[in-house]
Write a protein that binds this ligand. Sequence first.
Ligand code: G1P
Length: 294
Amino acid sequence: MNQRPTKVVFPVAGLGARFLPATKAVAKELLPVADRPLIQWAVEEAAEAGFEHFIFVTSPHKSAVAAHFDPAPHLQENLSARDNQAALELLKAGLPDGAKIDEVEQAEPLGLGHAIWCARELVGNEPFAVILVDDLVHHETGCLQQMLQAYRGTGGNMVAVETVPPEDTQKYGIIASGRQNGAVIDVTGLVEKPSPETAPSQLAIIGRYILQPEIFATLSAFKKGAGNEIQITDAIADLMGDVSVYGFAFQGTRFDCGMPDGLLAANVAYGLSKDREKTAELRRKLQLILENFG
Ligand code: G1P
């Protein structure tokens, strides 16, 4: 049985430039999808999968992301005085009881691999997960929980993958795939943001990883890759001789909330995902919108 990871890393140091001016004072990860901020969806997905230790890699200007999970005494007092139990429950922001939260700073934006490397001391010598908050996956069983079930049998490094159109390979890490057994795909190579001509497949890495701690030693080489950044994809590839890599074809719909259109689409989908009665007004409005703006 492979050791169950209990720590999850959220790299949240990005600038959010695509969402300016909305992200001038508010972190991208705090933008809402339906009734909660993006970061809370990610934390809830990890909590559902049994993770207990939540590690935020933030930039010097983005402490507000982790602050979303701090106690809020002024709200607590106010809501307690009014005995508003429902609202008090919402203040937990999706954290399980006994959750441990840590924050570490990524002083310079040197790439995703570097952001993950910044969490090395908090993670220590054990397997861990990474969630990229931009990638929101809608499914009854969260993406990370699906992966953990498969990981129990495989161990190694695991990345969530989905098929993308050929012209989109240059936006993602792409795997070269071998044998597939159910949702688990043997990975024979990985390359970050290849052009459609050189891409080994159309299987793109989506922002969910289960990684072995050996990755930190590989990342310490600070090797620059695509975009002159330190890439986690390259580190996983460089470690392949020692640690096997698996792709996991998850179930669910992914929304790229790193793009304004993806965030809007996620809002509509998550807004509609409650029961029909509660969404009647939204459905009526959408009909009107399509008629008037479509
Ligand atoms: C990052 C990773 C890439 C992955 C993608 C998923 O890229 O480097 O391998 O496919 O996330 O969203 P970014 O979107 O930060 O450019």
